[in-house]
Design a protein around this ligand. Structure first.
Ligand code: F6R
Length: 608
């Protein structure tokens, strides 16, 4: 969602903060702002829209300002505007605050502060924080911040500077991530490690209820109750390429093309050919503990939820364990039945999604075995789950998830193999699966070779304003994911449906202007799928068919055929979704859409 970055050190802070904001812009991009310590005052600049607009407002004399905080916003309370952009300050402009999260009791706090004479300048919930700090300030900034935060119910990741405390940043978190970067004679803070890795690899993740006081030479951690905290720095291993998108026009396209390598990284060292098994050490379960798992519940949102749906087919079909998938947002509210032998699998690229995190906490409280599938190392979900499997997809910058999805599904397939070998899957079946998993990167290379043909089909379809995506079996979640990709980046209505469900209502919408993307790969259920395509043709809906290899099964229905390599039903969702990502990309591009930062969206949704 919103992004936070802060710097205190010997260099001019403005350039660092602008660079950090640009790296965080994928998280929120409707407005941005910076506050800098300028002698004994705080200087604040803000702008709506992209960070380049803010960069253009470079303040005179900024090179002499060495401490500052900055924010890129994804609006929750109050429309995107300069007055609602962060940092927010008290009326005298002595305390500047950037905030991620939601303050649930902001209306009460604001009423109380206004009654005490405070004047507010924005419609945001966040603005109560600098006013509260001003109320509590008694010569010690950290104490005032802690006292202010004790008044708040809700979630926050914040950074604060004050004209009363030179060279100092105070940061704190409750439910919204904060990471501190340790540099040489400089210290930094951000909501996301992406903003820091070009400057330092040494980071400290704050836990909920903790705060830190940063000066150029020191970082001091404590709880809000003023109990000192000692924590070793962790090392970040991510490479963020200096050239950003490189030769690609968009991060999304770059990330689509990275998939053979990212899946290879997910697989690396995790397949044991001799044992015909997967090795997933982060799971940290003994064979006996695995054998006792009697149910698997996946909790996730968006694309990660779709990956989980594919996984649920694997767990039942390969491992023989009943599996269900919950929208993470529902998980704790519907009081799920979680027993000690239930394995709860939160899936999250960012590892920070608020609803998925809440599901993790609920599952931990209910005594389940919780193992996360996250991409971001050290993220809150990964840490709170206690055990899990990292995706190793590398940083995903495009808001629309691509390579994280394919890595999630690949990891789920390895997990199903491991649990299956622990129970009913014999050596031969295990060996077959190991071979299939190993072959995925090459199959994805084959799919990428189809990009020019997929581009042609996408361009020829891009006039459509409504589309259906239909699939069966493991390809049903692939249809959901294909439709999600299209709608989020092209703003066109697209619905994923089980092919058999179409005739239970939505078929009423089919007509010549509504294309149907039909996933007709050579897997069990194809014959029925061909029947479902006939039903669409009878309503004159144009068909775009995804088929396996040279299969001519759909030639009689359409010329718009996307060919993905032959594979088993387990691998088909992975190859097919990559083809659908390419389709969505060129469809959106043909319509002139903003692809990497689609309107209204944000990477990593840290509010419920
Ligand atoms: C879609 C997309 C979102 C995310 C969802 C969950 O392209 O990116 O639907 O999948 O917000 O995010 P994570 O996986 O970070 O929990």
């Amino acid at each position: 969602m919103c992004g936070i970055v802060g710097y205190t050190g010997p260099k001019p802070a403005f350039a660092f903060l602008i660079d950090g904001l640009k790296r965080l812009e994928y998280r929120g991009y409707d407005s941005a702002g910076i506050s800098l310590l300028n002698g004994d005052s705080v200087l604040t600049v803000k702008s709506i829209g992209k960070v380049v607009n803010l960069e253009a407002k470079r303040p005179t004399g900024e090179r002499k300002m060495h401490t500052g905080i900055a924010h890129t916003r994804w609006a929750t309370h109050g429309i995107p505007s300069e007055r609602n952009a962060h940092p927010h300050t008290d009326e005298k402009g002595q305390f500047a605050v950037v905030h991620n999260g939601i303050i649930e009791n902001h209306a009460d706090l604001r009423k109380r502060l206004e009654a005490a004479g405070h004047k507010f300048a924005s419609d945001t919930d966040s603005e109560v924080i600098p006013h509260l700090i001003e109320e509590f300030y008694n010569g010690d900034l950290a104490e005032a911040v802690a006292a202010a935060l004790r008044q708040i119910s809700g979630t926050y990741g914040i950074a604060v500077i004050s004209s009363k405390d030179p060279d100092t940043i105070i940061t704190a978190r409750l439910g919204s991530p904060i990471v501190i970067g340790l540099g040489k004679d400089a210290n930094m803070v951000a909501s996301d490690v992406t903003a820091l890795v070009t400057y330092t690899r040494d980071v400290i993740y704050l836990n909920d209820g903790e705060m830190a006081i940063l000066t150029p030479s020191k970082v001091e951690l404590r709880t809000l109750a003023n109990v000192p905290v000692q924590r070793q720095a962790s090392q970040v291993s991510w490479e963020i390429s200096a050239d950003g998108k490189g030769a690609y026009d968009h991060y999304m396209l770059k990330e689509i093309y990275e998939q053979p390598e990212s899946v290879e990284n997910s697989i690396r060292g995790r397949l044991n050919f001799k044992a015909a098994n997967a090795v997933l050490s982060g799971l940290n379960l003994t064979p006996r503990e695995m054998a006792q798992i009697n149910r698997i519940v996946v909790a996730a949102c968006g694309s990660s939820f779709h990956a989980g749906l594919v996984g649920s087919y694997y767990f039942e079909d390969i491992s023989g364990i009943p599996a269900s998938v919950e929208q993470a947002a529902e998980f704790r509210y519907r009081n799920p039945i979680i027993e000690p032998n239930t394995l709860v699998l939160p899936i999250s690229q960012s590892g920070e999604t608020a609803d998925t995190l809440a599901a993790v906490r609920e599952a931990v409280n209910k005594g389940a075995i919780v193992a996360s599938l996250c991409n971001v190392v050290g993220s809150t979900i990964a840490r709170e789950s206690g055990r899990g499997i990292y995706l190793h997809a590398g940083p995903e910058i495009s808001v629309a998830s691509t390579k994280a999805f394919t890595c999630q599904v690949t990891v789920l397939l390895m997990l199903a193999l491991l649990l299956g070998r622990n129970r009913r899957l014999n050596h031969e079946w295990g060996e077959n699966l190991v071979r299939e998993i190993e072959a995925i990167p090459d199959l994805l290379r084959e799919v990428l070779k189809q990009a020019p043909r997929i581009e042609q089909i996408a361009k020829a379809t891009a006039h459509a304003n409504d589309l259906f995506y239909i699939g069966r079996g493991c390809l049903y979640p692939a249809a959901l994911e294909g439709a999600l990709k299209l709608k989020e980046i092209s703003y066109v209505h697209a619905e994923g449906y089980h092919a058999a469900e179409l005739k239970h209502g939505p078929i009423a919408l089919l007509e010549p202007s509504v294309p149907v993307v039909a996933l007709c790969n050579n897997i069990p259920g194809k014959d029925k799928m061909l029947g479902n395509i006939q039903e669409c043709c009878a309503r004159k809906a144009p068909i775009i068919a995804v088929v396996s290899g040279d299969d001519d099964c759909c030639d009689k229905f359409t010329d718009s055929i996307i060919r993905v390599p032959e594979s088993s039903r387990f691998v088909a969702p992975i190859t097919t979704v990559v083809a659908l990502q390419i389709f969505a990309y060129y469809f959106a591009r043909e319509r002139g859409c903003e692809i990497d930062q689609p309107r209204n969206l944000a990477k990593s949704v840290t509010v419920e």
